[in-house]
Ligand binder design. Structure first.
Ligand SMILES: Nc1ncnc2c1ncn2[C@@H]1O[C@H](COP(=O)(O)OP(=O)(O)OP(=O)(O)O)[C@@H](O)[C@H]1O
Length: 298
């Protein structure tokens, strides 16, 4: 599988990117400076007419868009429109759901990820996932981060790999003196950053985040949002969020989905609009997008 060549691991101890100031957008939502400019999308993942069914029942229909390299792409839309389903397609997590069938093409660096030659376990190392609720293992902080490198037999000094991942997840300073403590002794926000560190430890290229802040307080949420903006220097991120302010604050590109009926009256999630986040929130092309982002629908 292609894909690791673009990555240049750096030594532990690198400085975190400076926090970006917030700027006000016309729509009254706050967005970090830099995310406002219309970004160039150099695709790392391409979705082409992707449809998903569960036990024959359509959940998502004909979705086409590109996930840009080193950008944050937000998937937004009302409950049940298929955001999580679509996210799980991107690293074949739907393979683990009995009855789930994915159609269409998903290409990662141009390669069809559903090709029988592709090993989904290898794919998930390159396209990692962070879930809604922090889900650390009942192990020490160190062992949580070391878990992936150990089971995948990653080469290198394990202490350095753990430190690097914890630094990139902006958690090192808070845990460096308690690495042997159980992960459950951390706060919810720290646990979520630990899960991000666990994901980063195996050197992914893409991070999928399914409502990563929904179980967190506003301060922990702000830390994760800052972290996401720092991480995109090195990784490509796709985030599912119900929080439109969050999508507007952190993402560069936004895909808006909603449930629509086809000509036979069969309902499934469809992509209504995809584009630079600033435009989607301030000047959407479709009235359904406008209704959703202004809170009149969903
Ligand atoms: N494991 C599953 N088995 C059967 N149907 C499923 C499964 N997961 C999702 N669905 C169905 O697929 C559709 C899309 O669900 P999905 O969870 O992807 O939407 P969502 O936009 O992420 O929703 P929410 O915002 O509420 O989390 C829904 O109709 C849902 O009931």
């Amino acid at each position: 599988m292609q894909g690791t060549s673009a990555k240049t691991p750096t030594a532990a101890g690198e400085a975190a990117a400076p926090e970006r100031p917030l700027v006000k957008l016309d729509a009254g939502v706050m967005q970090r400076e830099g995310a406002a400019a219309a970004p160039q999308v150099e695709p790392i993942i391409e979705l082409e007419r992707v449809s998903v069914r569960y036990d024959g029942k359509p959940a998502v229909r004909n979705v086409t868009f590109d996930v840009g390299s080193n950008l944050i792409t937000a998937l937004i839309g009302p409950s049940g429109c298929g955001k999580s389903t679509l996210l799980r397609c991107l690293n074949r997590m739907n393979d683990l759901i009995p009855g789930a069938v994915v159609e269409g093409k998903i290409r990662y660096h141009g390669q069809d990820i559903y090709d029988p030659e592709v090993d989904p376990v290898e794919l998930r190392k390159l396209i990692g996932m962070v879930f809604q609720k922090p889900n650390p293992f009942p192990k020490s902080i160190y062992d949580n981060v070391a878990y992936g490198p150990r089971v995948t037999g990653m080469k290198g000094n394990l202490d350095e790999i753990v430190e690097r991942a914890l630094r990139r997840a902006a958690l090192w300073d808070e845990v460096k003196d308690r690495l042997k403590d159980n992960a459950y002794s951390l706060s919810g926000g720290q646990q979520q950053r630990l899960c991000i560190a666990r994901c980063l430890a195996v050197e992914p290229e893409v991070i999928l985040m399914d409502e990563p802040c929904s179980a967190l307080d506003p301060i922990s949420t702000a830390r994760i949002e800052d972290l996401m903006v720092e991480l995109k220097e090195r990784y490509s991120i796709v985030i599912v969020t119900h929080n439109m302010q969050q999508a507007a604050r952190v993402s560069d590109m936004t895909a808006f989905l909603t449930v629509e009926s086809d000509e036979h009256g069969v309902r499934a999630g469809e992509l209504i609009e995809f584009g630079p986040t600033e435009r989607i929130f301030t000047n959407p092309a479709d009235p359904r997008t406008e209704a959703y982002v202004t809170g009149k629908m969903g």
